[in-house]
Design a protein around this ligand. Structure first.
Ligand SMILES: *Cc1c(COP(=O)(O)O)cnc(C)c1O
Length: 234
């Protein structure tokens, strides 16, 4: 087994154990392998080990990788855009990705919807919530969710799938859990209103257990799969 396959097996094992501890089935939690800054060869190793969903933060880098795997005729991969999105880059996301996790304003949502090619299914989108990080400018407050969700749900090129958050780093499990539960409550309320909602993208390496206990359906893990990132080439 190569290192990436080994790491993937370990991460999947942790997800299963966390799910089992709270009486959930491991199939309810999708592992999103965050491959930003990593070469296509590393992604290919993960694909060979059975991984299908990949998260990218930088639009052009992600699009290059999507094209690479399309040219190799590798099918069944799912590409998630999880970085901050500027409106001048929305077209590339709309035309190439399957999901966008970081919708936090109507302007971006409208552009993504208009720019989504009619030959593709609607772009799956998550609304990003700023749940606990006062220093972050990404994401909306929970009290703005009702309005943005209604606007996003009305856009024909988008499919509202749920919520995403990047909680502020916090090492105490109980405090992690409290934040994750707030997100899960908001997601459940949204699910009651919109039948398309089924996804809570929440949980990274250090808060995965709490996120899964609260009800996360998608955890985003990079370093534990692909190793430390080298940003010097960017
Ligand atoms: C980079 C990133 C991750 C993964 O972080 P790691 O610490 O490498 O596991 C998850 N979510 C988002 C939004 C990210 O940008």
């Amino acid at each position: 087994m190569n290192e990436i396959a080994h790491n993937l097996a370990q991460v999947n094992g942790k997800i299963s154990a966390a799910a089992a501890r709270c009486g959930r089935s491991p199939e309810e939690v999708t592992l999103l392998a965050v491959s930003k800054t990593k070469p296509a060869s590393a992604i290919a190793e993960a694909v060979a080990a059975g991984q299908r969903a990949f998260g990218e933060n930088y639009v052009q880098e992600g699009v290059d990788k999507i094209h690479h795997f399309a040219e190799q005729r590798v099918e069944g991969l799912e590409w998630h855009f999880i970085g901050p999105l500027q409106s001048n880059k929305s077209r590339l996301v709309a035309e190439n990705f399957d999901w966008c996790h970081t919708v936090d304003r109507l302007k971006i949502a409208s552009r993504l919807s208009e720019q989504r090619p009619s030959t593709l299914p609607p772009l799956n989108v998550l609304i990003q919530i700023n749940i606990s990080d006062e220093n972050s400018k990404s994401g909306i407050a929970l009290n703005e969710l009702e309005q943005l969700a209604a606007e996003v749900a009305a856009l024909p090129g988008l499919k509202l799938r749920g919520l995403m958050a990047i909680p502020a780093p916090e090492l105490d499990y109980e405090r992690q859990l409290a934040v994750c539960r707030k997100m899960a409550e908001a997601c459940n309320a949204l699910k009651d209103r919109y039948t398309t909602v089924d996804t809570l993208s929440l949980g990274m390496t250090d808060d995965m257990e709490a996120a899964i206990a609260a009800g996360s359906t998608m955890v985003r893990i990079g370093t534990a799969i692909f190793g430390a990132r080298d940003y010097s080439a960017r």
